[in-house]
Write a protein that binds this ligand. Structure first.
Ligand code: FO1
Length: 310
């Protein structure tokens, strides 16, 4: 088995499953999880980073197993009360989860970086795997629908992905500086593999690839870049991936997702049901992750495949 660091690119729920699998089959020092921050937004005066928090809670074993986001064992007194007071209650913030947003907001205002805050919260929640935001600068995914441009969480949560997606934009990404430790790891030459987790390519992975310098660093990192298809059996496991592909005029297929990463990929792991039409070097394996064993098994499959490409 080859040694070296594995860098995993992930959004929220879907990607976090494989990130957990990787964290269970790799020493903590050999895994760096890069989190999308395009979903971040300010809400109720709080700075909210959904993909960072989903990854943190999943890696800490604190995630809500039903929704995939937020915490298990939650209470909802704050939500009930803010609703009764006429405040916004469409974005569900459990009482424990709320404490994280309040504390992150305080620390950001005190001048700490999102990376520093994320590192400290991971440590306090017992997460030894390194989770870093793709950048500490402000990037906001926006969706152009037939009614114009809308913020991501308004599209994804308040409007429940109903608007037709005509175009996506990552506001601020041109000026964003790639998180320095990520760049140092990618350029440090001790890499075993880069794993693009099965998150939504458009809203979770492409914002990461759009951060100036990151895509080039991935292309030149000297280790195989392997993606896991977010489409299984011609359908998205969860979320709007398939709907977006259709609305953006792409075939709803594993090949379409691979096409978004194009020349970056040394290999692509697709479910046994989806092998047709994919150009990248293929590894066909079950990719649906229902149990913890599934997560670990897929992690081992991806790493074994990446090692075979070295
Ligand atoms: N997603 C929902 O569909 N409904 C919610 O009310 C909701 C609340 C929420 C709170 C904290 C958090 O970290 C994530 C939350 N999410 C919710 C998920 C979030 O919108 C998505 O996970 C990402 O933005 C896309 O992956």
């Amino acid at each position: 088995m080859s040694s070296g660091v594995v860098v995993a690119l992930s959004g929220g729920v879907g990607g976090a499953k494989l990130a957990l699998g990787l964290s269970r089959v790799l020493p903590a020092d050999d895994l760096l999880v890069v989190a999308n921050t395009g979903d971040d937004f300010e809400h109720l005066g709080l700075s909210i980073s959904p993909d960072i928090d989903t990854l943190t809670y999943v890696l800490a074993g604190l995630d809500n197993p039903v929704t995939g986001w937020g915490r298990r064992d939650e209470t909802w007194s704050f939500m009930e009360t803010i609703g009764a007071l006429g405040g916004a209650d469409w974005f569900r913030l459990g009482d424990r989860d709320l404490a994280l947003h309040v504390e992150r907001t305080r620390r950001l205002k005190a001048g700490q970086t999102l990376s520093q805050i994320t590192g400290d919260i991971c440590r306090r929640l017992g997460v030894s795997t390194r989770v870093l935001p793709m950048t500490d600068d402000r990037v906001r995914t926006r969706v152009r629908s037939d009614d114009g441009w809308i913020d991501f969480q308004d599209y994804f949560v308040r409007q429940q992905c109903r608007p037709v997606v005509r175009e996506l934009a990552f506001d601020g990404v041109e000026k964003a500086r790639a998180q320095p430790d990520i760049m140092a790891t990618l350029l440090g030459g001790k890499l075993r593999a880069v794993v693009i987790c099965p998150s939504n390519p458009f809203i979770s992975i492409e914002p990461i690839l759009a951060v100036p310098g990151l895509r080039a660093a991935l292309a030149g990192c000297g280790a195989p870049v392997v993606a896991v298809s977010p489409i299984v059996g011609g359908r998205a496991v969860k979320g709007p991936t398939a709907k977006m592909m259709h609305e953006l005029g792409l075939p709803v297929s594993a090949a379409s997702a691979a096409g978004r990463y194009d020349d970056l990929l040394a290999g692509y792991v697709v479910d046994t049901a989806d092998a047709a039409g994919v150009r990248a070097k293929l590894h066909i394996a079950p990719t649906l992750m229902t149990t913890l064993e599934d997560r670990e098994r897929l992690a081992r499959t991806v790493l074994g495949f990446a090692d075979s490409l070295t």
